[in-house]
Design a protein around this ligand. Structure first.
Ligand code: HEM
Length: 153
């Protein structure tokens, strides 16, 4: 009788423990986590960020010359391609409409210093938009992972 009582208590305590674990932020949370895209603010926010960032590249004394021959419409298309890329890479519902990063940057002779200038403009834009540190870090990690495809070819 006493044994049965104890094992019932064990089962009840076990169930409570599982419940606590599953509802703790450290474990059960992952499945319901929002995508980086959603945390950034969705399409409007991604579009606003890229629209702010791209003209800084065109005007920059070091990397601006790479974009020199691009007319207004080509620049618009460049911006749209980058919006779709960021949207898709952060978990949003956009289709990638650009070529592979390595294909498109090969032949330009982009150096690590050039890459850093571009990355720093992105940091400035993300700061201006008050993107929180966690989201900023995640987006910069995604962009940084493309460096081997872009630099030194
Ligand atoms: C930081 C990460 C970068 C990303 C995510 C990125 C993304 C892109 C995308 C999506 C395109 C359009 C591709 C297409 O037309 O299909 C593009 C083109 C281009 N990018 Fe980048 N880029 C990056 C870094 C750089 C850097 C560091 C430079 C130079 C300093 C650069 C210079 C260019 C130029 C000149 C084009 C036009 C190439 C052409 O149409 O022939 N990019 N980039």
């Amino acid at each position: 009788m006493c044994k049965q009582y104890l094992s019932t208590i064990r089962v009840v305590l076990g169930a409570i423990a599982v419940g606590v674990l599953l509802s703790s932020p450290a474990l059960g949370h992952a499945a319901t986590d929002k995508s980086l895209y959603d945390r950034l603010g969705g399409y409007e926010a991604v579009s606003a960020v890229v629209n702010d960032f791209a003209p800084k590249l065109f005007a920059d004394p070091q990397v601006g010359p790479f974009f020199k021959g691009m007319g207004t419409d080509t620049r618009k298309l460049f911006i749209q391609k980058n919006i779709n890329l960021v949207c898709s890479a952060t978990g949003g519902p956009c289709k990638v409409i650009s070529r592979q990063a390595r294909t498109v940057h090969t032949g330009l002779g982009i150096t690590e210093a050039d890459f850093n200038v571009v990355a720093n403009h992105l940091v400035d834009t993300l700061n201006a938009f008050k993107v929180p540190a966690k989201e900023k870090q995640e987006l910069l990690a995604i962009i940084g992972s493309l460096q081997p495809e872009i630099v030194g070819h």
